[in-house]
Ligand binder design. Structure first.
Ligand SMILES: C[S@@+](CC[C@H](N)C(=O)[O-])C[C@H]1O[C@@H](n2cnc3c(N)ncnc32)[C@H](O)[C@@H]1O
Length: 431
């Protein structure tokens, strides 16, 4: 094994420990790893793919490891992680068997685990021989999904839709792009597909910043589902809009492009820097303000308010498989309480006759449908303004019976799928 590939696998081992045992979100662990900067871009890409594959396929991988151990009982955590990295390469990343096994054994030697070299060698050789057949017999979607999430989705959406969700999680999401203007022209220049809602779609891979139009600020990365809320305000020309949870600013940019005068608020000054940077690259202008939206007092209410609330992000598992491992039912309850406080405050920040859009990239009903049902029951100043399929380029599948957008991974499969998202559009009654 070359020094760089040993270093890359060592970094992957550390990242797996950070996510699985310290519940650090993968992107944060990745950005913070001290040895990552020294790796070649290709090795960095490999580390990302390798760890993401283990997280995406953890249930399957662990079942294969269990079945391949000579004695029952798992080895200690670091050895288990070395086996996981080896198995992901052997079964899901098409690494030649000798390379995957040898590198795992060398990693063990480099990490003071030489006594385990024999065990690692034996288990991975067996998985190299039998892994593909084992994988073909597994119920992949179910095995890779923690029980609490499986049960929550099955009770909210039924078994067939839950199957669609968990099967979609097995694959990485495509790269979606929102353009400032001329979607047809940019689709051609970027070699992308133009989706019915106006977003562009490309397969993932390659360097985004080297694509035409990036430097000139003609477009930004934004999932198809995430692009929907800002499109649902109706005419925004010269309207005053509060974007209450704005960072990193994808929706802020959309609102500005649509002609609104936007105040972009976020309580994280660090994340707000991303909004400022993104707006600068896109040559767009908004007032950017670090404040807590639950206590912020503007001079007057706005014509429209966007509340893209902090959430568990269980709708974005295709892009962030670590969510399967780091989120807990307690997180959902805590986030739901914060969302409900933000929602109550948002009502006060919108003028009578104005529009409030609430959205989250979660597929937990507690962070979506339940929030809106409770608000409408408690606050008679607000009413629903249902979303229609023609506002989504004719897509009716992600609209529920009361006119909320409820997208689920697994929907729009013929277009390449969509992240899970919830969007409710409300109006504050006059008077
Ligand atoms: C889902 S993200 C927003 C994504 C953003 N709207 C976009 O499209 O790029 C949620 C944001 O809410 C911010 N946030 C959480 N609690 C907040 C609060 N009480 N007031 C303002 N911002 C808050 C977080 O810092 C985070 O940046």
């Amino acid at each position: 094994m070359t020094d760089t590939s040993l270093a890359a696998r060592g970094v992957a081992l550390d990242l797996l420990r950070d996510v699985l045992r310290k519940s650090v979100p993968f992107d944060d662990a990745f950005d913070a790893h001290p040895e990552l900067a020294a790796l070649q871009p290709r090795d960095r890409g490999f580390v990302r793919l390798l760890v993401a594959t283990v997280l995406r396929r953890l249930g399957q991988i662990d079942e294969m490891i269990q079945a391949s151990l000579a004695k029952p009982g798992l080895p200690k955590a670091a050895i288990h992680d070395m086996l996981r990295l080896g198995t992901a390469q052997l079964v899901f990343l098409n690494t030649p068997a000798h390379a995957a096994v040898d590198t795992a054994v060398e990693l063990a030697a480099a990490r003071n685990a030489a006594p385990y070299k024999g065990l690692i060698n034996a288990v991975l050789r067996r998985i190299g021989r039998e892994g593909a057949e084992m994988a073909a017999r597994q119920d992949a979607g179910r095995l890779n999904t923690p029980d609490w999430l499986w049960l929550s989705w099955r009770s909210a959406y039924g078994t067939a839709r839950t199957r669609g969700i968990v099967e979609a999680h097995l694959h990485e999401a495509p790269l979606d792009i929102t353009v400032k203007s001329d979607p047809e022209g940019w689709a051609e220049r970027l070699g992308a597909t133009l989706l019915p809602t106006g977003s562009l779609r490309r397969p993932t891979g390659g360097s985004v910043t080297e694509l035409p139009g990036f430097e000139d600020g003609e477009w930004w990365i934004q999932d198809l589902a995430a692009s929907l809320p800002a499109k649902l305000f109706g005419d925004l020309a010269r309207k005053r809009v509060f974007d209450l949870c704005a960072a990193p600013g994808g929706k802020t940019a959309q609102l500005v492009v649509r002609g609104a005068r936007v105040t972009a608020i976020d309580r994280s000054a660090r994340r707000l820097e991303r909004v400022t940077e993104n707006l600068k690259r896109l040559r767009l202008e908004a007032d950017v303000l670090a404040a807590d939206a639950t206590t912020w007092e503007p001079e007057e209410p706005a014509d429209a308010v966007l509340l893209d609330a902090p959430c568990s992000a269980t709708g974005a598992i295709r892009r962030h498989p670590d969510i399967l491992r780091v989120k807990t039912p307690d997180d959902i309850a805590k986030l739901a309480r914060a969302q409900s406080r933000l929602l109550a405050r948002s009502v006060e920040l919108v003028k009578p006759g104005g529009t409030l859009i609430y959205c989250t990239c979660s597929i937990q009903p507690e962070e979506g449908e339940v929030q809106i049902a409770r608000l409408l029951e408690q606050d008679k100043r607000m009413e629903r303004w249902p979303v229609t399929a023609d506002e989504l380029g004719g897509l009716s599948e992600p609209i529920n019976e009361v006119g909320e957008v409820r997208s689920l991974p697994g929907m729009l499969a013929d277009l390449g799928g969509i992240d899970g998202f919830f969007v409710a559009r409300l109006r504050r009654r006059q008077g």
